[in-house]
Design a binder for this molecule. Sequence first.
Ligand SMILES: Cc1cc2nc3c(=O)[nH]c(=O)nc-3n(C[C@H](O)[C@H](O)[C@H](O)COP(=O)(O)OP(=O)(O)OC[C@H]3O[C@@H](n4cnc5c(N)ncnc54)[C@H](O)[C@@H]3O)c2cc1C
Length: 379
Amino acid sequence: MSNNTNYDIAVVGGGLAGLAYAILMARQGYSVLLAEKETYPRHKVCGEYISLESRPFLESLGVSVTQLKLPLITKLLLTDTRNTELNARLPQGGFGISRYMLDELLAGTAAKAGVMLITNTRIDSITYAGDRFTLAAGDRRWTARMACGAWGKRSNVDVKMQRSFLTEKQKGLNNYVGIKYHIRYNWPADTIGLHNFSNGYCGISRIEDNKTCLCYLTTAANLKKSGNDIGAMERNILMQNKWLRNILTDAEMLYAAPLAISQISFQQKEQVLDHVLLLGDAAGMITPLCGNGMSMALHAAKIAAGLTHRYLAGAATRAETEAAYTQAWKTNFATRTAVGRLVQANFGKDLTTTLFLRTFKAVPFLQRPLINLTSGREF
Ligand SMILES: Cc1cc2nc3c(=O)[nH]c(=O)nc-3n(C[C@H](O)[C@H](O)[C@H](O)COP(=O)(O)OP(=O)(O)OC[C@H]3O[C@@H](n4cnc5c(N)ncnc54)[C@H](O)[C@@H]3O)c2cc1C
């Protein structure tokens, strides 16, 4: 490992946003440090459906949908607990790939591009003084001219930086749990299913190697009601939806136990904090129902990379760079995240979901504009 401790750029978090940003900067000749607390490959709670807006960008990073023979997803099936079923075409569509595979591919590309990738390293703090950033992990220190926070939806660094979304009063949109399985199940490769249940929804879609990802989001209250027992919650609540009952009964589960995360929040966040540019979920999270968090993370990485290059080349000041990044983030993602919050607040409540599905079934021309509001263009 290099003994260098001074870099042009330091990135905290090697999920999609951090890895994509680090690759772009290293390819432009900058010295880049990326610290990731886990090792690759690793599983992650995520529905693993990526909207096609990301395809050209991912291909430029060496992830080819065609070469990897990934399932292309063009249809949507929405269901509820009253046996309502809505079939729609996805105007844009997407593809399926596990985070196990995708993040490892990107980590390999980053290492090849010259990124100093240090895994198994949890950053404790980032501080800014004298126009430089210092990252600390235990007694290790690194400095950089630019720092990016790509540490995901909730991290120890958020706590250290006393971010406001952590201290805001518990509202409806900030206490969710996410559960994920990889399964073998006869699910159509071209369809993503979104199955509603009381206070939650479950996505199902194919990924690589004929595997299927089953991932759901629900309130912490739902789990508590079931004695914090995931199996009991699935039997008592999820299985009220007949599609979920069939899937959960018949599927072959490929993990010994489900993967679970808690304290998921969709509150609004800052895009720049103490001069650190925040990428991906660290800057704001779209509800998984809209299926676009990964594309947003990748797109934000591309925007930040362009602005960082201008800053490091002396074409913009730090203040101009921070203002331009915040503005670009809001222009590209603010409407999507707001619509996502609105849909999230309703899809999951029994009656509103049924009303929603029946309305959209009766008036099909409403489907496309709503889906489009939560999607973006190729970047
Ligand atoms: C239930 C659920 C389902 C979802 N389904 C979908 C879907 O189908 N499609 C979609 O597009 N999006 C989906 N999303 C959203 C998507 O997973 C995220 O938007 C995406 O992962 C964001 O990428 P990121 O790089 O910002 O964060 P992450 O991918 O979370 O990466 C953050 C990284 O930072 C690391 N880290 C954290 N703290 C530190 C530290 N202190 N030091 C070093 N490293 C650190 C973590 O280990 C992690 O690797 C879903 C989310 C949830 C919760």
